[in-house]
Design a protein around this ligand. Structure first.
Ligand SMILES: [Zn+2]
Length: 165
């Protein structure tokens, strides 16, 4: 950050609590450099222990990931998870349970990953973001070279490992 979000003054390099930070000499604001973007992500299962993944449209066409996205101001993270899941699949996921957090420093990104339950009837609704859904399990694996990025791969591998243990 270059300028103070509180008063607009230029921030300067400083040391606080033995940590390199940017500081505002006018109002005392400290930029710890740890601001993060929060995304809610859902791994939703059916009663056969298969979980749902989506393939993307647009810039990352064909890439595979889990439904999810950024939290809007005013939403809880769980509400964001349910909304994003609905937008990307047309289905209502239920029984959300917090699974784990994943971080990616380069993107200042935090993934809050939930496990959830798919509706009885699996019915994909076409939308702007995803082109298809896949049900994945240890017996029905996907082409891992198409996984969208590091976090997707991390979650995918952990979920599969969890099946085997
Ligand atoms: Zn300031």
């Amino acid at each position: 950050m270059k300028y103070c979000p509180e008063c607009g003054n230029k921030l300067i390099d400083a040391i606080v609590d033995e940590t390199k930070v940017r500081k505002c000499n006018n109002c005392g604001y400290v930029d710890w450099g740890n601001l993060i973007n929060v995304a809610a992500v859902v791994v939703a299962f059916n009663d056969k222990n298969e979980f749902l993944m989506v393939s993307l449209k647009g810039r990352e066409k064909g890439k595979l990931t889990f439904p999810g996205g950024y939290r809007n101001i005013g939403e809880t993270i769980e509400e964001a998870a349910i909304r994003e899941f609905y937008e990307e699949t047309g289905m209502r996921v239920t029984d959300l349970e917090l699974y784990k957090f994943f971080t990616k420093d380069e993107q200042r990104l935090l993934w809050v990953v939930y496990r959830g339950v798919l509706p009885k009837e699996i019915k994909f609704v076409d939308n702007n973001e995803t082109e298809e859904i896949y049900l994945v399990s240890k017996d029905h694996r996907i082409d891992e070279s198409k996984l969208r990025g590091l976090l997707t791969k991390q979650v995918y591998l952990e979920i599969l490992k969890w099946f085997f243990s």
